[in-house]
Design a protein around this ligand. Structure first.
Ligand SMILES: [Mn+2]
Length: 297
């Protein structure tokens, strides 16, 4: 568990090196094992390597799409260090890690790591796509202006995205404060609360609130803990597998997703369910992404 993610056969899906070159791969995995402000259980810095390790057990044929999305190429960028006790510096580090791939038109998948670091990647995407909106799966609204003395605490990422001027649409929310709820009622954010969102879930309506270019951010605690126990701040309720696939089908079919991230995995030694669900979620996204791009293998 201590080795950083690497390119080639040690990378996402464990593909042969010829399918993982930086020059030819449609998808780029960017490890973002940043951890400075987690508030409950520690360990999300080990999330990226756990997701990459689990991905090597994912079957490569997608029976729903009748294709093999990996054929578009998946490059796993090497892990890098973040500056310590310098949240703004860490955001710049992540911005610089993501921006060059976006410029080349690659589809970026960032692996966390705590959710605060999403800001660096969203900044890079917003520079390139002025209309950028953000679809946010989470148990928590993350709309605090600051928390434990930091505006870059992981409980504040929604507020930082709003500060950037990106429309924010939230799904799965079931834990928030009264001030956060007031912000939502004031119309600053479009939030679908988990319990109040009827079944079947209105995914096309959810997606209709997004602009043409979308950054898709997944805090894994938005998913039901039955599927995703390995998070630092678990919360009952949440999205199940069918919800996740339904939402992603609606999203990728109607919007151009320019990047996504899968955040806050806090691996539990010997318990691989969460790691595998995170890896499979990403591979399903790659399938829908490839179909939308008209390039699916
Ligand atoms: Mn959360």
């Amino acid at each position: 568990m201590s080795q950083p993610a690497t390119a080639g056969e040690g990378g996402f899906l464990g593909l042969p090196a010829r399918h993982t070159t930086a020059a030819k791969s449609r998808f780029v995995i960017v490890p973002g094992g940043y951890e400075e402000t987690t508030t409950y259980v520690k360990g999300t810095s080990r999330g990226p390597e756990a997701i990459v390790a689990a991905s090597q057990q994912v079957e490569l044929y997608d029976e729903e799409l009748s294709n093999e999305p990996w054929k578009l190429g998946v490059h796993t960028a090497p892990a890098f260090a973040f500056p310590k006790k310098d949240p703004e510096g860490a955001m710049r580090t992540m911005d610089r890690a993501v921006a060059p791939w976006l410029k080349k038109g690659r589809r970026v998948v960032m692996l966390g790591g705590e959710h605060s670091i999403t800001l660096g990647a969203v900044r890079a995407a917003k520079r390139q796509y002025k209309d950028l909106s953000v679809l946010h799966i989470d148990a928590h609204a993350d709309l605090r202006q600051s928390y434990h003395g930091s505006i870059h605490n992981h409980a504040c990422i929604g507020a930082r995205i709003v500060d950037l001027g990106c429309p924010l649409v939230q799904v799965g929310i079931r834990n928030l404060t009264a001030p956060e709820h007031r912000m939502i009622r004031a119309g600053k954010v479009k939030t679908y609360f988990d319990v109040q969102t009827p079944r079947p879930r209105p995914w096309s309506e959810v997606v209709s609130h997004l602009s043409p270019h979308v950054y898709f951010t997944v805090d894994l605690d938005g998913i039901t803990p039955a599927l995703m126990p390995a998070v630092g701040t678990p919360e009952p309720g949440g999205l199940d597998w069918e919800d996740l696939l339904g939402l992603m089908r609606a999203l990728f079919a109607s919007r151009e997703v320019v990047a996504m991230d899968v955040m806050e995995l806090c691996p539990i030694p010997g318990q691989i369910l969460s790691d595998f669900v995170a890896a499979k979620l990403i591979y399903k996204a790659m399938g829908y992404w490839g179909r939308a791009d008209g390039r699916n293998g």
